[in-house]
Design a protein around this ligand. Sequence first.
Ligand code: AMP
Length: 381
Amino acid sequence: MTQVILPGKTIGMVGGGQLGRMVGLAARHMGYGFVVFSPESGSPAGQIADQEFVGSFDDLILFAQFAEAVDVVTFEFENIPCRSMQLLESLKSVHPSSHILETTQHRLREKTFLREAGIPVARFFAVNSIEELETAAASIGFNGVLKTAAFGYDGKGQCRIKSKSDLTAAWAVNKGVPCVLEEWVSFKKEISVMVARNALGEVAVYPAVENIHVDHILHMSISPARIDPAFMIAASELAVKIADKLKLVGILGVEMFYLDNGSLVVNELAPRTHNSGHHTIEASITSQFEQQIRAVCGLPLGPTYSVSPAVMVNILGDAWSDGVPPWDRILTDFPASLHLYGKSEPRPKRKMGHLTFTGSSQETLTLQAESVARKYRFTQF
Ligand code: AMP
């Protein structure tokens, strides 16, 4: 029997970042209690929570107290020790499971799972020594990217390999930790699909979104992706297949490359809400944040179709280089929804907020988003 956690009960969120904050805001409008576990006090999610447990993600004693305070546990961040999630699992329902977290927080395990599930991925090799790196790199014509197997995000722990002479430096940069060498893929676009699945195996998938990165960090998401409709469908089918194979309960972001030859290759999975799904707050019947709650609480999943095209643009700490951005002027000039995450320290490259443009002309929305981002230096162009 699947457990249903009805509004009035309390959701426990592991991680205090902006994703947790936006899940918390959805929890609030649905009438749930919301409790956060964060390494820092006053975190973006903690600010809007009923209670914030502040401690290390290794602190099993504090995690046990957190479990006491909540009815179901979910997370917004992958780099949480599995031991901690397993402890929580012994005390409360945890969705997605610690097994899914273990698979997706490690590139080699994730890529191996995908390959075994019959999902197209770029050719990859486990690399544990410079000798293994040399052999693997030779087999892909020295055209690849070396990524640390664990703890990578926003392009951190990645080194491009373009020739044999790059190998020693790449191995040194990644400090000799276990890595994955991936073949370099020539793609037309990067896209992503959000898919939710509940314990009954019901699945809800959002239309694919097109992502534009600057310096490895997501800059803009354009919804729907400007690709052939047949590939929109193929992308949804891939995401659903992955969610089913993982026996996901929760929400999952699937990042894909849309290749020059028109096929799709999966790059990465994130078993949580995703930066490329923020537009769903304004542009979908059910936001990705509400959907995570529905999925982990055993509620029916909500409709995922878009009510309008949308473009989301990230606001990084770089926008504060000359002081607080003039939000009043920005909102006068640009008809967008403003989301700020309550972070007090605007460091360069730090995600501080986003703007979402909705309207009928995707082209106009994209131009407006690009214009505001350039004018107010939302990222390091
Ligand atoms: P990741 O951390 O794996 O999402 O990689 C960050 C970014 O690097 C991706 O969004 C791509 O733009 C680029 N990238 C990663 N892996 C590859 C690859 N195998 N081929 C081409 N580009 C890649």
